[in-house]
Design a protein. Sequence first.
Length: 335
Amino acid sequence: MKKTNSKIKAIGMISGGLDSALVVKIIKDLGVEVFGLHFTLPWNVGKHPKATDIADQLGVPLKIIFLEESFLKMIQSPKHGYGSAFNPCVDCRAFNLAAAKKYMEEIGAEFVFTGEVLGQRPMSQMKNSLRKVENDSGLVGRLLRPLSAKLLEPTIPEQEGKIDRNKLFSFSGRSRSELQQMGRDYSIVDYIPPGGGCLLTDKNFGNRLRDSFQHGYRDLNDIISLRWGKHFRLSPKFKAIVGRNDYENRKIIEHAHNDDFIFILADENPGPTIILRGENPDDKTRVMAALLVKKYSKFRNNETKVIFWQKKDPQNTQVLLPKPIAEKSLASFKI
Ligand code: SF4
């Protein structure tokens, strides 16, 4: 009797990009019962993950894991170092795949698979890095990369004949055209573009995150707030966040702590909202925050009043009338 794969379960890592969607389709078409797994980075909490739409389209259940403190800890001292920004890609992959291994064992799945393509990314997808990820995650022999499988050592499910290696691929390098064509063939056209989406690869965001690690942060809200606005380290104890538009102004207030101070221009003049974070700011620090409000408004050279209040006490506003700004000195505080 012909051997059937219908009872085999596997965990498919779904990022929201094309490659991970393709491999879900490929492995599902081999008769494997696929369970999708997606990781949400701390600063992406609250955003609708594209992975959800892809899992729906491909008809697989999706488990979402929110990365929190342990992930932040890993970022601060990655065993394999960083890429060109603050992106510890090898450790990040291994961290997430270790969680996937746990899920695999919980539900009795046989392997985990990813959409990685050999040589597609300089840091995390070279042969050496793929091996490190496999070792560090504890998934030796149970981590299948269907798009490049024919260029890699056969995994246990391939050796056992549970996955037909002939039905897998030998993609390598950075070219995307064949993968995109495969996506169109499978009607997978709505996905996150390659390399789009991870703020750890953004140098500015990385600087802000480093600054939070150096000076301490209170909770995940502080980390989530790094997504919006311009950030200034006024002194080791105090930082200011400047909203760059209405949306950011609303978001930074929403994520402010109750004891943070909020600064805006007085008399309903349009301008940025500023959050001043840190305990008991002295007069000098308050004036600096007020100057930032002016600097990023169109009233920078006017004698314009700035009001501020503590978030938990919005009725109790205070007024400052800072002198026209000393731009250079403020710019030096930018993170
Ligand atoms: S790009 Fe970002 S999410 Fe992707 S592996 Fe690197 S650090 Fe992790």
